[in-house]
Write a protein that binds this ligand. Structure first.
Ligand SMILES: [Zn+2]
Length: 123
């Protein structure tokens, strides 16, 4: 820092910082809300993120889409994005997740880990 003790200069620096901080806070709120609500928004990289919609069938061998009626998929999707925070979304999903034991384990996986099946293709 220079040896200048001009109070006016110091003050204007403080003001500038404050304004910058506020806009960062605003942007953080905007990105966070856009992501949680699945709405179109501008992300931190200033790129437009499209509105969330139900994705395609994951086409895996578990036949995830076949397990759910289309109405159920929409209901889960709507309920998920109706939540106000990521925490609420997480617990909503947790309630839908089924924990199943792996039927056949490979020798190197002889621990008590459970296999978690998530209906992630909906999100
Ligand atoms: Zn699947």
């Amino acid at each position: 820092m220079a040896s200048s003790s001009d109070e006016g200069a110091v003050l204007s620096v403080v003001k500038k910082r404050k304004r910058g901080f506020r806009s960062v806070e605003y942007k953080r709120g905007h990105v966070k809300r856009g992501r949680v609500k699945g709405l179109e928004h501008i992300n931190y990289a200033s790129k437009v993120v499209a509105k969330k919609k139900i994705g395609n069938d994951c086409k895996c061998k578990l036949k995830c889409f076949g397990r759910l009626l289309e109405g159920d998929r929409e209901e889960i999707f709507t309920n998920f994005y109706a939540k106000e925070t990521k925490d609420e979304q997480d617990s909503y999903l947790q309630a839908l997740v089924e924990v199943v034991q792996v039927k056949r384990r490979r020798p190197q996986e002889m621990n008590q880990r459970s296999h978690v099946r998530v209906i992630s293709s909906i999100m």
